[in-house]
Design a protein around this ligand. Sequence first.
Ligand code: CA
Length: 227
Amino acid sequence: MYSVAVVEDENLARKAIALSLREAGYTVHEASDALVCRALLNQTRLDVIVLDLGLPGIDGMSFAREIRGQSDIGLIIVTRRSDPEGRIAALDLGADDYLVKPIHYGELAARIRSVMRRSGRERGRHKILGPWVVDLKARTVSKGAEVANLTRGEFDILARLMQAGTKIVSRQELLSVISRSPLEADLRSVDVLVSRLRRKLNELDGDNLIATAPGFGYRLVAIPEEP
Ligand code: CA
């Protein structure tokens, strides 16, 4: 579930926005000023910050700059200014989007979805497989700074196995994933790719991640987890 922080000092406005986003299915954290939001950023995982520019203490513009200096978290700015200069200023701050008060709640929820799509922060993009983080969109497999350099075929096989959870995927099915004209004779190439995949995932001491169903196919030992 996406986690959204709503930063707004006016209690009624903040609570109304928070309520509408909870109803839209988001986990919502409320912050009455930048300091509270800064603490949230340190304590919890946030996907998007909805930031009102008119804040007491640290003003929204400065805080937007601070956020952007530290992370690429989704940032939607809310302001009373509807003039082009206000819009340009918000986008110059690195905001992903910009809304003018009064906010239409349905529109805000739609903008959040759009930010998540554009930024590739979709739920389910990353999966944890043993010690590895698999990025299904960038098609990378990494462990800290270490990257497993998978070929296209190796990654496609891994992705297909992940899709199946821990169910067995037949060699024929894996072959159809890597080849447009699968032939019975090519089944061995699936075994070769899987053994290379295992080596690259450091499966040196047996079937830790990928198990063999002899004569039939392969499956993952454990279901990939959400990060
Ligand atoms: Ca305000």
